[in-house]
Every structure is written in structure tokens, then in C-alpha cells.
Design a protein around this ligand. Structure first.
Ligand code: ZN
Length: 260
């Protein structure tokens, strides 16, 4: 009996995820604008900010509509935010990256991970906010996808989630004790739980290492361009964690140890 993995050739999985990417990118753009203001995700269709014209079905086709209309509203010619185009392209390219590193169905799994990380990055970068509505699905999807590989992988994933949550909770508590204020948002612990669900507990140190390097490079970049990061400035640590999770999922824990 053919297994689910034989349904498509390796490149087919990547092509499928690539094709779905723009639609998810578009959806992520919508969620990232509506979630922070408490607007229901399923509320009525988006409208042009310039003239209030409701977007038609044709306007909602990702990338193609943007290119066809030259990036402007059909009625009032107001420029359409580049944000959507950038998200659609990013969400199409992430599965390709995943598929090149892990051919086969893993490309689609990588897409599911990548798309969620993009949303979390947006929410943290723009609002310093990692709602559980966005972090808990990361945990659940990590466990569910691991479970497809069997009970052992599912166990690794569950332990990963628990270790991820606990380790960030410990780092946050230590920081609070040393500096007398909160350095990490509570959402970061849930994000690292999601990370652990995807990379396993053994991938958590590598995720944190990547995240620290990403954070450090931002600090260095700030010094280089003459806009140093202030000591009281809050950084979107979730963005760094998301980058660390992505790289660890793709390339595995440093030291070459792999888990089921
Ligand atoms: Zn308009």
C-alpha cells in the first residue's frame, strides 16, 4: 500500500507549498492587522484605505493583482501597501528554502512552520506582542506534525515544548531578579514552547544561540549606524527566537545531533 508520502514526488510537495504560499501570506497580512486591534479575522472583506472601495474577488488574488494594477487601487489609484506583496512573496519562498534543505513532505511541514513564524515576527516587531492565539497553534502544529512520524517523535516534541517553556520562564525570572524589571515578555516562553515542539528539546540550545546572535547583530548594527540601542529599549526578542527556530529546524542542532 502506498504511503501518504508517495502521493507526490519530492518536487511536488515543494511546488504545492510554493503555490499555497501567497494565499497564506495574504491571510497573515490580514491577521497581523486585525488581531492587534481585536477585529474578528473573519470580518468583512478588506477595503481600500484611500476610497473605502471594498476589494473584489479579483483584487484578492495574491501577487498577480498587485502586478496587474501596478500596485494601485483600481478606483482611486492610491498605492496599495507593499506589506502584502512582501508577505506573499516571503510565504512562497520559505517552502522552497525548506524543500531544498528537506525534500519531500517536509517542505510542506516547513511551510506550516515558516508561515506561523512570519506572523509571530510581524506581531512582535510591530506590537511587541506574542498572543497565545498565535503561539499555541505553533505548539499544537509542531506536536501534530511530529506525531505523524510516530509516537517517539511526538514524545520528543512534547518534551521539547515543556523544556522550551520552562527554560525561557527561568531566563525571564533570572533577568527580573538581576535587573529588577521584566526583560522578556510572557509570550516569549510560549513561543519557545512552540519552538521546542518543532525542533525537540535537543534543538533548544541551538535556537537560543541563533536568537542571541541575531539580537547581538542588531545591537552591533545599531552601533555601526550610530543609533545605539538604549538600555531601556525593549527588543522584539520573539523575532530573534523565530529566526533561531527556523534555522534550527532547517539545519538541526549544532554538533550534528539529530532527533528522530
Ligand atoms: Zn481606492
Amino acid at each position: 500500500m502506498p504511503s501518504a508520502i508517495d502521493i507526490l514526488p519530492d518536487w511536488g510537495w515543494m511546488a504545492l507549498a510554493f503555490a499555497l504560499g501567497p494565499a497564506f501570506g495574504s491571510f497573515i497580512g490580514l491577521v497581523s492587522l486585525r488581531l492587534p486591534v481585536g477585529q474578528p479575522i473573519g470580518a468583512d472583506r478588506s477595503a481600500c484605505k484611500g476610497c473605502g472601495r471594498r476589494l473584489g474577488i479579483l483584487d484578492l488574488i495574491p501577487i498577480a493583482s498587485f502586478v496587474a494594477l501596478g500596485g494601485r487601487c483600481r478606483s482611486c489609484k492610491a498605492p496599495i501597501a507593499r506589506r502584502y506583496l512582501a508577505l506573499e512573496v516571503t510565504c512562497a519562498l520559505l517552502p522552497v528554502w525548506a524543500g531544498l534543505v528537506h525534500p519531500g513532505p517536509a517542505a510542506l511541514a516547513g511551510a506550516v512552520l515558516g508561515w506561523q513564524l512570519v506572523l509571530l515576527c510581524l506581531l512582535d516587531a510591530e506590537h511587541l506582542w506574542l498572543p497565545r492565539a498565535a503561539t499555541l497553534p505553533l505548539v499544537a502544529s509542531g506536536v501534530a506534525i511530529s506525531a505523524m512520524a510516530g509516537a517517539e517523535a511526538a514524545t520528543h516534541s512534547l518534551i521539547g515544548a515543556a523544556v522550551g517553556f520552562a527554560s525561557l520562564a527561568v531566563i525571564a525570572a533570572t533577568y527580573r531578579r538581576l535587573r529588577g524589571r521584566d526583560g522578556l515578555g510572557g509570550g516569549d516562553a510560549y513561543l519557545l514552547a512552540g519552538s521546542g515542539a518543532w525542533v525537540g528539546w535537543i534543538g533548544i540550545p541551538t535556537t537560543l544561540l541563533w536568537a542571541s546572535l541575531a539580537g547581538l547583530s542588531l545591537v552591533v548594527a545599531g552601533l555601526v549606524v550610530g543609533r545605539p540601542i538604549r538600555a531601556d529599549q525593549r527588543l522584539p526578542f520573539g523575532v530573534f527566537l523565530a529566526a533561531g527556530t527556523w534555522l534550527t529546524w532547517l539545519y538541526g542542532p549544532l554538533g550534528g545531533v539529530t532527533v528522530g
